[in-house]
Write a protein that binds this ligand. Structure first.
Ligand code: URA
Length: 244
């Protein structure tokens, strides 16, 4: 292991550790999916029209989609938000990170994962050789739920066409769902994160491969789990490589 990687792992608060089983073995045991070139069947209700445009969401380029999101009043969250939090990063990213919803810092700054959890996410990405600017980061919800409560199903349903269009445009080779809310929403399951980890799943709406890990905010509260998150990132990285 390089000194640089060691330094990143230390920055994440991870003691250096050698996995008992090589990640590649775990990948072989995994639900097989084709990681090459996700197909783009438009899922969900991305074809629905919004009042202020003649184009369906499923036809909007990224800039126009951002504008649509900024104008959205489809659910109650618009009333309490400071601003929408669309997404950030490389529009040609191979990795897309999907979190839950903006928190107070994100609501203030208009960018996902900029608070303490975001700092840890950046460090986690570095630990597998990725800069924040290499990936694309978005959330299930584009507006902050008051008091950081869990997203309501109808709020997630209103926001899903926006996320689906982001995924269609970016065409990531892999989606990393961080946390229970993102994983359960994308995979339409209530199976525990512990059980969902270590497999390559698929997001039905876009056909994209999905790997699941812990939310950085949870890792801040439970630092011992950081090792597992690092394991998940290595798994995701090797999954991308393996199916290239
Ligand atoms: N938590 C999330 O899930 N997303 C953010 O953007 C910030 C915190």
């Amino acid at each position: 292991m390089s000194e640089r990687r060691l330094a990143y792992l230390n920055a994440m608060g991870i003691e250096v550790w050698v996995p008992r089983d090589p990640v590649a073995q775990a990948i072989d045991a995994v639900v097989p999916v084709e990681l090459a070139e996700p197909t783009i069947p438009v899922g969900g209700n991305t074809s629905q029209l919004r009042a202020d445009t003649n184009l369906p969401i499923s036809d909007l380029p990224l800039d126009a989609l951002r504008t649509q999101v900024a104008q959205c009043t489809a659910c109650e969250l618009h009333a309490s938000r400071t601003q929408t939090v669309f997404g950030v990063g490389n529009p040609q990213a191979e990795w897309m990170i999907v979190g839950e919803a903006p928190g107070a810092d994100e609501d203030r700054q208009g960018e996902p994962f900029v608070g303490r959890a975001g700092q840890l996410l950046n460090a986690m990405l570095k630990a597998v050789g990725l800069e924040r600017g290499d990936v694309y980061i978005a959330n299930i919800l584009k507006c902050r739920p008051p008091g950081n409560r869990d997203p309501q199903p109808e709020e997630a349903a209103q926001c899903t066409p926006f996320l689906n269009r982001q995924i269609e445009l970016i065409q990531p080779r892999l989606i990393l769902a961080v946390g229970r809310v993102a994983a359960h929403h994308l995979l339409q399951t209530d199976v525990s994160l512990a059980k969902l980890r270590g497999s390559v799943h698929r997001y039905d709406a876009t056909g994209s491969p999905v790997v699941v890990s812990y939310h950085p905010a949870y890792l801040l509260r439970s630092p011992k789990e950081k090792r597992k998150a690092w394991e998940d990132l290595q798994f995701a990285r090797q999954a991308i490589r393996k199916y290239q």
